[in-house]
Design a protein around this ligand. Structure first.
Ligand SMILES: *Cc1c(COP(=O)(O)O)cnc(C)c1O
Length: 413
């Protein structure tokens, strides 16, 4: 990391101090951490930053709002275990994630399983474990009733609703319009009647309208619409609403010009909305579900420079890491326009000698790009490239098998 005033420093970089030119993760100099891990590339997640993130959220939101972690953002078991002790619930989206969540020892009634296309085996395991199952279709409701009969157990059923609105400006649209997620809001009365007919109790609703928003006003508006929808749905529900998951969508700034989400207006508006929700739904546990906001900024991806090449005047640092470990940083995880994740040369902080380089991986495709024409301290083979904002949708969201290079390791420090 350079201290040159000419180069803008991404806020994420300030989370990791540089001491004597070396970036520190969890208080450990990166060069020493690389030795301890024993290989590059690796991901390192800073436990203290995750703890601080949860504390900041709790301080900004009403105490009555429960905090859930969406495991799909980062399913590393040690990290999930750390979070299990900090948040109120864990949200999973597959049988594999369910195993990780149950292994933390978290009370199953604070684990919820959403996601389209759940298999009969997954649903059976979820009912047997007593976790909340968020049904996304008529098939799942019917199957849950049958599984409940077979096991002699009451499925803990919550309806995942596809809202009739979306989180404006979100990086990923997951609600509103025609979607494979959830039950269309207008179909909810019919599904509630079906559940009743099948003898199932409906515990409540899960309404998720989008992801990766940096605009507090957009989140405030979506939450207000979500609460209105939930109150309408509750009117059609014969069972008292015990669970209301109002989604999340809190984003983190990845690119130049983006700034951190302001939690203050979100907290204020939720505080104002609470009395009405609490009087209409006195038994309801109100939750938000967050993935990247909890872990994204706490993680770095570290790769080693293998080669330094100049092609027709352009400098390339070829590293041992790339899109096979970090698809999102390469710009190929659903991004429309490729932009650089913030990056640094971890062992050359403060170096005055700066150059414009492209950092690439070892794969035989031009898509394997970690940084394009970025100003970085002049680096040599052996140096450590650090990609920030890498704690979410990193290793588990990357095509690790592509080109058969070694896997990346993950450490929680
Ligand atoms: C992926 C997902 C999340 C987490 O999204 P983030 O952007 O990581 O916060 C939350 N809820 C549902 C239903 C999801 O599918």
């Amino acid at each position: 990391m350079s201290t040159s005033p000419k180069r803008p420093v991404h806020a994420a970089q300030t989370l990791f101090p540089v001491v004597d030119g070396c970036l520190q993760v969890g208080g450990i100099p990166l060069t020493r951490l690389a030795q301890r891990v024993g290989q590059t590339p690796f991901y390192a997640y800073d436990r203290a930053l995750v703890t601080e993130r949860v504390r900041h959220l709790r301080a900004s939101l009403p105490a009555a709002i429960g905090l859930h972690y969406s495991i799909k953002a980062n399913p590393m078991p040690a990290l999930v275990q750390h979070l299990a002790g900090l948040v109120d619930g864990l949200d999973v989206a597959s049988g594999g994630e369910l195993t990780v969540a149950l292994d933390t020892g978290k009370d199953p009634s604070h684990i919820s399983f959403a996601g389209p296309g759940k298999s009969e085996a997954e649903l059976t395991r979820a009912v047997a474990a007593g976790v909340h199952v968020h049904a996304e279709s008529e098939r799942e409701i019917r199957l849950l009733a049958r599984i409940g009969d077979q096991l002699g157990m009451h499925p803990q059923l919550v309806l995942r609703i596809n809202p009739d609105f979306e989180l404006k400006g979100s990086g990923m649209r997951m609600g509103g319009g025609a979607k494979q997620f959830g039950i269309d809001a207008e179909e909810a009365p019919r599904m509630l009647a079906l559940a009743a007919e099948l003898g199932l109790t409906v515990l409540g609703f899960h309404i998720f309208s989008g992801s990766q928003s940096l605009k507090a006003e957009a989140i405030v508006e979506a939450q207000a619409q979500t609460i209105e929808l939930a109150l309408r749905l509750a009117d059609a529900c014969r069972d008292p609403v015990r669970v209301l998951n109002i989604g999340g969508g809190f984003g983190i700034p990845y690119f130049p010009g983006e700034s951190a989400l302001d939690l203050a207006p979100i907290g204020e508006r939720l505080e104002q909305a609470l009395p009405r929700v609490q009087s209409a739904l006195p038994q309801a546990r109100l939750n938000i579900e967050l993935g990247r906001y909890l872990v994204g900024e706490a993680g770095v991806y570290v790769a080693r420079v293998i080669d330094r090449k100049v092609s027709r005047g352009q400098v390339f640092l070829v590293t041992d890491g790339g899109l096979h470990h970090h698809l999102a940083a390469s710009g190929n995880f659903g991004q429309v326009i490729r932009k650089n994740y913030p990056a640094a040369i971890g062992n050359r902080g403060g170096q005055e000698d700066i150059e414009v380089v492209s950092v690439v991986g070892p794969l035989c495709t031009p898509l394997d790009l970690l940084a394009e024409k970025m100003e970085l301290p002049r680096a040599e083979p052996g140096d450590l490239v650090v990609v920030f904002q890498s704690g979410a949708y990193g290793l588990s969201a990357s095509p690790g098998g592509f080109l058969s290079h070694p896997a990346a390791l993950e450490v929680l420090v």
